[in-house]
Design a protein around this ligand. Structure first.
Ligand code: GZL
Length: 321
């Protein structure tokens, strides 16, 4: 996944050099100049899910003045045009560093080139980009979405090899949707997936998509949802149809937010692949290194784990999100 991502974005080994060059020519943007805080423009894609809410909380708790950051945080309500506007505003404000989580992978070429021309380094957060711009960002931090799909697929292959699978896709064209779908399909076999529809990573749209799926595919008996929120919406639709989630219809999801793990503990989900949103502290460290012109790893993988119905209430209660 990362090879294809880097290949897609044409990132050359020169990335490290370009970051050092930025520092050398003082091209790291001026921010307000006289402040010793690092001015950071952060474009968050939205507030669509429990995962995003936890991620935003982690970002805001870490990118603070006490940690040396002057943060401008903008929520895009899941609209790419809002993110692009925010990124252009950050250029106009001449921030020191730009960080953003792209709602979908494509459509960023123009603004990424404008950011590069303004010599403002980019820290890419969570979602991935597919761009022709050379060396578009200094570093990316997030989860291995393809592996998450593969882990979900391995559990299905092991425990429900003959399942008739319906796939609730995340936001179409987002890195999380593309790669989870690829990883899952590669393991279970595309021929075992009888239908797919997007629920846009939200509970409401996951419910609507599942209502339609239950009508269209009466024999479906397993749903792979690209996130917990769509899975929770699916539970509502399944129960409204007079069926028992976790029994009549097996539910496999990704994220591991509290509501999802509670559904797992209550027997309504069957398997959850974690996608940890709490990495604001790591983002701060990357921002400081990039701003200082230090070489940083091109990617930082946030480690995940998996959960099944043996999960305890104590484990759920002790979690950060
Ligand atoms: C994954 C993140 C996804 C979550 C969803 O890192 O991009 O977006 O899985 C969220 O809950 O909407």
């Amino acid at each position: 996944m990362f090879h294809s991502k880097f290949a897609r974005t044409g990132i050359a080994a020169a990335a490290a050099v370009s970051v050092l060059a930025l520092a050398a020519c003082g091209g790291s943007g001026g921010g307000d100049g006289d402040s010793d805080l690092i001015s950071v423009g952060f474009s968050q894609l939205g507030a669509e899910s429990g995962w995003r809410t936890a991620n935003t909380e982690s970002v805001k708790a870490s990118l603070t003045e006490e940690n040396g950051i002057a943060l401008t945080f903008v929520d895009a309500q899941q609209k790419q045009e809002n993110q692009i506007k925010a990124l252009r505003d950050f250029i106009a404000q001449d921030v020191d560093v730009i960080a953003f989580s792209p709602v979908i992978e494509t459509g960023w070429d123009e603004v990424l080139q404008e950011i590069k021309d303004a010599e403002i380094p980019v820290v890419l957060v969570d979602r991935t980009v597919d761009t022709t711009v050379e060396d578009p960002f200094a570093t990316w931090i997030g989860a291995d979405f393809r592996l998450e799909g593969e882990m979900a697929g391995e559990w299905v292959k092991e425990n429900h090899p003959d399942a008739k699978i319906f796939e609730l896709q995340g936001t179409l064209g987002s890195g999380a949707q593309v790669d989870r779908q690829e990883g899952f399909g590669a393991v279970v076999g595309a021929e075992n997936i009888i239908g797919q529809a997007t629920g846009n990573f939200t509970r409401a749209e996951g419910k609507t998509a599942t209502e339609a799926a239950l009508q269209a595919y009466p024999d479906l008996n397993l749903i792979f949802a690209h996130n917990d929120d769509m899975g929770l919406g699916a539970i509502e639709a399944i129960e409204a149809a007079g069926k028992v989630p976790g029994k009549d219809i097996i539910l496999v999801t990704v994220d591991g937010v509290r509501d999802g793990l509670q559904a797992l503990h209550d027997g309504k989900f069957n398997f959850v692949v974690e996608c940890n949103p709490v990495f604001g502290d790591q983002i701060v460290e990357l921002i400081k290194k990039v701003h200082a012109g230090e070489e940083v790893a091109k990617e930082t993988i946030v480690v995940d784990q998996t959960f099944d119905q043996t999960i305890t209430q104590e484990t759920i209660d002790a979690r950060l999100f």
